[in-house]
Write a protein of this length. Structure first.
Lengths: 395, 148
């Protein structure tokens, strides 16, 4: 494959490059602080001090208490823990959980697991833009409902859910509210207290931090079973020697993301809107996916009719463009993305989806190059497509 | 994930298009599953003089269609009918396990196009070319077809 071309990275929802300041902060810890934060002697205490500083920093970035920050191995662990840990600790109160059809698999699969173990789960539908309805949330609540889990923003189509309003409903009914904010933390201003949720999941590598570290913010006083049993780390809630360098990387990356957000977000949003309008102007037979306004500032998602997503990705890759698709071929199953199907897209259209996710570094030139490559590739694949012919014949 | 040969046939597919006045045309797969292959053939004295394809599908679907058309041009119908999906996979120097069904689709597309020729010319189809899943009789290659 020809990779001599400059890479245009438009898959920032998959992961992001690490910020140089984050790498420096982590290297510093790896070089100088080898101690185990649980040890009593000075070398251990030095590690503990750095750990607690990082926790304070995360708490400040998200407006929660330091004692509410629990570091995990990744965003998926945070989601798994929130769902299974809360369900296990509160099963005497009830066994019903409410979530949505468009959650990440890190929420859906734990829910399915709980269903096999005596719990009952309601998967709320979404409208054609990916929004959950507050009425549906209210109507789904039953006597035995103990937990509501709705993602802050969808990872595929970028739709931002009304979390504050759902959290209010949950609170009125005395139900615990979790939000998977993996795609939102660092990309949207997030205030844990103001949001009113009881638990929030995040992952460092989505905001220029390292892979292999995440966090679950757990409201003080909430009953939750440990996910990892063992030592007394993380207030005896998450055993395992702390990944100190990773945790420092997470806190540094979050600090940077939050402090740059007001500057960065309008720029990314303007670039996103430019990309959307250029695609709509230049390429026919497409479908815009997600909500026009209630949308992550960096997310663009379209379906290109009569072509298949993996072919599109391979062709883009040849042009040095990194993107992602919800087609079956990229998911390794016969079905296209569960999110696109939940939005009501027919299978044949969902197969032709493309997600482009920008960063603050994305330039207008990169967008122009992407649109011109995309236009040519879509045209080329359509000329090869028997269903494009059939659709032309029908017109 | 793909071999160089697959990428070569994907990026420079051979024999794309449709033959005007084709002697046999076969289309298999369905859009719901994410792949459709259509092969058209020019046949004289039971020899395939030319073949063209159109495919909606992933990289492997395009590459297997391209390779399949290359493999059958110049072959007798009997020889073309004997081409298995495994032969297409081998010619492409391998496919990821999840993509083997694309090669099955290519074999079925060839068989469907040749069957169409036999039907059009009112001849008996030699041997049993029906694998039960070429799509022309309502079956498919393992995809679920229930309507929503």
């Amino acid at each position: 494959m020809n990779h001599s071309k400059k890479v245009i990275y438009l898959d920032n929802a998959a992961t992001t490059p690490m910020a140089p300041e984050v790498i420096d902060a982590m290297a510093e810890v790896m070089k100088n602080t080898y101690g185990n934060a649980s040890s009593v002697y000075s070398v251990g205490r030095a590690a503990k001090a750095i750990l607690e500083q990082a926790r304070e920093s995360v708490a400040k970035s998200l407006n929660c208490l330091a004692s509410e920050v629990y570091f995990t191995g990744c965003g998926s662990e945070a989601d798994n823990w929130a769902i299974k840990g809360y369900a296990m600790a509160n099963k005497t109160k009830g066994n019903h959980i409410i979530t949505t059809k468009i959650e990440h698999h890190a929420v859906l699969h734990p829910c399915e697991y709980l269903e096999k173990n005596g719990f009952e789960v309601t998967y709320l539908p979404v409208d054609e833009t990916g929004l959950v309805s507050l009425e549906d949330v209210k109507n789904a609540i039953k006597e035995n409902t103990i937990l509501i889990s709705v993602m802050y923003a969808n990872n595929e189509v970028g739709t931002i859910e009304p979390i504050e309003e759902i959290a209010k409903i949950a609170k009125e009914h005395g139900i615990c509210m979790h939000t998977d904010a993996v795609q939102a933390v660092g990309a949207e201003p997030i205030d844990f207290k103001a949001l009113g949720v009881d638990m929030l999941s995040l992952s460092a590598h989505k905001f220029n931090g390292p892979k292999g570290v995440g966090a679950l913010i757990i409201r003080k006083g909430l009953r939750i079973a440990p996910f990892m049993h063992g030592g007394a780390q993380e207030r005896s809630k998450r055993a395992g020697t702390e990944n100190l360098a990773g945790i420092v990387g997470l806190s540094k990356a979050l600090e940077l993301a939050v402090s740059n957000l007001a500057d960065k977000q309008p720029k990314i949003r303007a670039m996103r809107d430019y990309l959307i309008s250029e695609i709509e102007k230049n390429i026919p037979y497409i479908r815009f996916n997600g909500h026009r306004e209630k949308r992550l500032s960096n997310n663009v998602n379209f379906c290109f009719r009569y072509i298949e997503g993996e072919s599109l990705l391979l062709m883009l890759d040849i042009n040095g463009i990194c993107a992602s698709s919800g087609s079956a071929c990229t998911s390794g199953s016969l079905d296209p993305s569960h999110v696109l199907l939940a939005l009501g897209l027919p299978h044949e259209i969902a197969h032709g989806s493309l997600r482009l996710t920008l960063s603050a570094q994305t330039t207008k030139e990169e967008i122009d190059d992407t649109v011109s490559a995309l236009k040519e590739i879509v045209h080329r694949l359509r000329l090869m497509s028997p269903i494009y012919d059939m659709s032309l014949e029908q017109q | 994930m793909y071999t160089e040969k697959v990428m070569d046939h994907f990026t420079n597919p051979r024999n794309v298009g449709e033959l005007e006045g084709a002697d046999g045309v076969g289309q298999v797969g369905n859009a719901k599953c994410g792949d459709i292959m259509k092969i058209s053939l020019k046949i004289e004295n039971d020899v395939i003089l030319d073949a063209k394809f159109k495919t909606f599908g992933c990289g492997a679907a395009v590459a297997t269609s391209s390779m399949a058309t290359e493999m059958i041009i110049g072959k007798t119908l009997e020889e073309a009918l004997a081409i298995t999906n495994q032969a297409v996979v081998e010619a492409l120097e391998g496919l990821p396990p999840a993509k083997i069904h694309c090669s099955v689709l290519a074999e079925e597309a060839i068989k469907a196009a040749i069957s169409d020729y036999y039907v059009k010319t009112g001849r008996e189809i030699p041997g049993n070319t029906c694998t039960g899943c070429c799509g022309s009789c309502g079956h498919d290659h393992g995809c679920e077809t229930e309507e929503e």
